[in-house]
Design a binder for this molecule. Structure first.
Ligand SMILES: NC(=O)C1=CN([C@@H]2O[C@H](COP(=O)(O)OP(=O)(O)OC[C@H]3O[C@@H](n4cnc5c(N)ncnc54)[C@H](O)[C@@H]3O)[C@@H](O)[C@H]2O)[C@@H](O)CC1
Ligand SMILES: Nc1ncnc2c1ncn2[C@@H]1O[C@H](COP(=O)(O)OP(=O)(O)O)[C@@H](O)[C@H]1O
Ligand SMILES: [K+]
Length: 511
């Protein structure tokens, strides 16, 4: 699913209006109708007070049109026009007239206004600013936002929480609506997914306002939000006459004394995602535990007992996952550097592999092109340097990925995959996955997919999505709190099955 910028949404509006030959306020009416239906189906005529705060642009216009529909259905509403500018939009004015025609008189709020009372049981509709916000809200509007946030009322934001710009972090973090729920039109906004800007909403949902499908399909975007229809076509079905060699031989390199479990989990995930063969390369001390815990894997050991000192394997792997639990012993660092020079198979580099790269930038040029690097934010910072904010982070990470022709997976609540200037935002996963070893599982999964012949970008996209889905299924069975990395592995199979499950309505009973 594409993530459009505000400019692209305005373009889609214009295109739709021209192609469908509709007046511009028809889109606003569609938006308001969708908002109304969402609320009405939940409230079913409840006697709650709904306070609508409407700006003077089109976001405000949506709010004003919604107020009319709510009133017509008998709801108890209070409408406030947040009069932050003289430049009222045409469709806002049109809807304001329609409201007045129905004898509904909004209260106009200005810079000297008394803050309206909001009871904790009220519902607030936030339609102050939408995607048109392009500078800091003035002080009094900021105060109004603070007042709404302090009210404890349920806050339903129209399109985007007011005060949150679409393409940068907020000017003042206090002057942004904290939305209980966001109903966003047609496409998700990038700010919903970044750690610094995603905190302003609890949950969000898209409302379809019928923007032109052809435009949405053909317009190129810088970011995509990965949902099932995006990842499903990447899947490579297993063939009837295939054998284990068909699905590749993966090599997992890592581990040190006390950190052999990282390799075990990566190896297990690699096998579970479908790699034909898996060999683990570990220090001698890992031999018995690995052979016991993961009998399906083959194990090669280093001559050193507690750390890796030389990486030599007697076969050519189809894909390599390297770095988990590796440590940064000077001999391991040297072995890692040598291995990079002598190897050309595609790689997934994680954990200490990334820390070593950060300390030895001279190694980076030896990383095979199209390798997948999977840093969490701290590891990314070591690689690309400090950033000012999340948007700066994205630019720095993009530049790194372009310069080194690698694929970056920035792990987090919405892991973000960057490749060749384009970003893919993951939709699966949950806070239960913030647990030791879940990154090792991801590395194993991406390596296992690459070994089977998925191209590195496909493996990263499919692997990140499937990893999150396995975590979601795991959490649904045992809670966020109790989910462990091994619980993610145990649900990789269920995640595959879930991918191919059709919604119940689509399942036709057999006759
Ligand atoms: N395709 C869509 O998604 C549709 C979007 N609509 C709504 O239209 C909204 C966008 O409307 P607008 O472009 O009118 O923009 P907004 O309603 O977000 O903002 C109003 C205007 O205020 C000005 N402004 C920006 N920052 C300001 C500040 N800090 N202080 C004072 N004034 C400021 C800008 O010039 C802006 O145009 C969307 O968020 C959505 O709610 C709907 O009406 C219909 C279709
Ligand atoms: N709050 C969260 N929501 C969704 N996914 C998460 C969350 N926290 C962590 N994850 C996922 O869990 C994994 C954690 O990886 P990492 O930090 O490397 O863990 P470890 O080093 O313990 O293996 C990543 O894939 C990340 O996207
Ligand atoms: K809003």
């Amino acid at each position: 699913m594409k993530i459009f910028t505000a400019e692209q949404i305005y373009k889609a509006d214009k295109f739709t209006i021209a192609k469908q030959q509709i007046p511009s306020d028809a889109l606003m009416e569609r938006a308001a109708t969708q908002l109304f239906e969402w609320m009405h189906s939940r409230l079913q005529g409840a006697e709650v007070t709904i306070q609508l705060f409407c700006g003077i642009g089109n976001n405000g216009g949506d709010g004003i049109a919604l107020a009319r529909l709510l009133k017509e259905a008998g709801y108890n509403i209070k409408v406030h026009v947040v009069n932050y500018s003289e430049k009222r939009s045409k469709d806002f004015l049109l809807n304001l007239e329609r409201l007045k025609d129905r004898k509904i008189w909004p209260e106009f709020l200005n810079d000297d206004c008394v803050m309206p009372e909001i009871a904790p049981n009220d519902i607030v509709v936030d339609a102050i600013f939408g995607i048109g916000l392009n500078r800091a809200p003035s002080e009094w509007v900021g105060k109004l936002i603070l007042h709404i946030n302090a009210s404890q009322a349920f806050v339903l934001a129209v399109d985007i929480p007011s005060g949150l710009p679409g393409n940068r972090i907020p000017w003042n973090t206090d002057h942004v609506i904290r939305a209980s729920y966001v109903l966003s039109f047609q496409v998700p906004k990038l700010v919903f997914f970044l750690p610094e800007t995603g905190v302003y909403q609890n949950q969000w949902e898209l409302l379809d306002i019928g923007l032109d499908a052809e435009f949405m399909h053909t317009e190129e975007t810088e970011y995509e939000f990965l949902v099932k229809p995006d990842v499903l076509p990447i899947y490579r079905p297993r063939l009837k006459f295939s054998h284990k060699g068909t699905y590749g031989h993966a090599l997992i390199v890592g581990g040190s004394y006390g950190k052999i479990g990282a390799v075990q989990m990566a190896g297990n995930a690699c096998l579970t995602v479908g790699s034909g063969l898996v060999t683990a390369y570990v220090p001698e001390c890992g031999y018995h535990s690995l052979q016991t815990a993961l009998p399906e894997a083959m194990v090669l050991t280093d001559e050193e007992d507690e750390y890796i000192s030389k990486i030599e394997v007697p076969f050519h792997p189809d894909a390599i996952g390297i770095g988990m639990g590796l440590g940064t012993h000077e001999k391991s660092v040297k072995a890692f550097g040598e291995f990079l020079k002598n190897n050309d198979a595609p790689m997934v580099i994680d954990a200490d592999g990334l820390n070593i790269l950060a300390k030895h930038p001279e190694f980076v040029k030896h990383v095979p092109k199209q390798s997948v690097l999977t840093p969490h934010p701290k590891e990314l910072e070591r690689l690309v340097g400090e950033w000012k904010d999340d948007f700066d982070k994205l630019e720095k990470a993009k530049a790194f990925s372009k310069e080194n022709q690698c694929i970056l997976v920035i792990k987090g609540a919405h892991s973000l995959i960057l490749s060749d200037g384009k970003g893919y935002v993951n939709s699966t996963g949950n806070p239960g996955m913030a647990t030791a070893g879940s990154g090792d599982v991801l590395t194993g999964m991406i390596t296992g997919l690459m070994a089977q012949g998925y191209l590195p970008l496909q493996a990263a996209v499919f692997g990140v999505y499937l990893h999150g889905l396995a975590g979601d299924i795991g959490a649904s069975k045992m809670s966020y709190d109790a989910l462990k990395a091994t619980g993610i592995i145990e649900n990789i199979g269920n995640a595959y099955m879930e991918l191919f499950k059709r919604p119940e309505a689509e399942v036709v009973p057999e006759s």
